[in-house]
Each structure stands twice: as C-alpha cells, then as structure tokens.
Design a protein around this ligand. Structure first.
Ligand code: ZN
Length: 199
C-alpha cells in the first residue's frame, strides 16, 4: 500500500495500461531534461559505457513494480530522445531512493524543477529524480541514503505538464567534472528488481 502525503490524497484509479497511455499522450511535448547545460552538440562520453553493471535497483516510486514501469527511454521529448523514464502516479506519491548511496546535488529550478541527483554507494552511478512536488524534510546534499529511503514526493515542477504528475528518473554513469549532470544514460528498466517500498 503506498503512502501519500495527507494534504494530497489521491485515489489509485490508474493501472498499468492507463499509465502507459497517459505517459505517451501527455508527456510527448516536454518533460524533464537536466538542470544545467544547453549544449547543442553531443557531449563527449568520458566514461567507458561498458565499464561495470549498475546495482540492483528498486523502482523509485512507492507501490510501483518493475513490470509497471513504462518504456519511455527512447521516447522523443521536445525533439530529442528522452534517455530517462517517466512514472505517472498521483501527486504526492513517495519518491524513494533507487539504491543506497549519497545525495549529490539538490536543485530548485530548471526543466527538472525540484530535483535530486544522488550517487550509488560506489559513486560510479548517478540517479536523477525530477519534477518533485516537495523534498522530504531535512534532505541535504551529502546525506547518506539507503535503498528505499524517502527523497520527496511526486509532482509537476519544472516543465512537467501540470495535469500529469510523474517522476522523471534517469540512471547515468557518474562523472564529477564540470558536466557532472551529463553522464551517459542507461535504460534503468533492465536493473529494476524490486517494487518501490519505503524503508
Ligand atoms: Zn521525463
């Protein structure tokens, strides 16, 4: 049973089929993008994309199982490839850490709106959680996260359609240079093994 913030009660009327339809119909025009950078040319890949395998991940939304995560990685969003997934759920649904690690950056503006970048515990992988309605109380950069720890709540901040609350989630190779937000992205669906469940 998911827990929803008390000030955002929302019935769980949706199901996986509806979720896919909503994701494809209403998100086609926009969605996410990362906080910084307006590069018009492809950025150089500074990490070897064959280097290692991401850790086993929990779906970072309370109550959502791996098989209910829609395939939106290669969708076109505003003329470019999405390279992330969108999980459409009621506003206020808990966003949970996909893996253990550390909060790297917290962002309040930009296309991702309220957004969190977090590393995994090896610091080889970076997770991006965008369009949050709010952060959990006490969330700070540098804090340690265990898999399933609360990060915040699903919303529509940034360029998400106001009537389609969803989590924009991205798995990237971590990099810690000037383009730390721009690591090479992988489709996270291959690594989801657990249903989102608060720790
Ligand atoms: Zn998205």
């Amino acid at each position: 049973m998911p827990f929803l913030r008390s000030d955002h009660p929302a019935p769980r009327l949706w199901h996986s089929g509806m979720l896919r339809v909503i994701a494809s119909v209403f998100l086609a025009a926009g969605c996410a993008g990362r906080t910084r950078g307006t590069a018009t040319t492809p950025s150089p890949v500074v990490t070897d994309v064959t280097d290692g395998t991401p850790p086993a991940l929990m779906v970072p939304v309370d109550g959502v199982s791996p098989r209910r995560v829609p395939d939106t990685f290669n969708a076109v969003r505003a003329g470019r490839t999405h390279r992330a997934i969108d999980i459409v759920v009621p506003r206020g649904t808990a966003v949970l850490a996909a893996a253990s690690g550390q909060v790297y950056r917290i962002r309040h503006t930009g296309p991702g709106g309220l957004a969190v970048y977090a590393t995994d515990s090896t610091r080889r992988w970076m997770f991006y959680y965008a369009h949050l309605d709010s952060f959990r109380e006490g969330l700070v950069e540098g804090m340690t996260l265990a898999q399933g720890d609360l990060i915040g709540f699903v919303g529509t901040t940034g360029n998400a359609p106001p009537d389609t609350p969803h989590l924009h989630f991205q798995l990237m190779h971590a990099r810690f240079d000037a383009r730390w937000w721009d690591g090479e992205a992988l489709d996270p669906r291959a690594y989801f093994v657990k249903t989102g469940e608060p720790r």
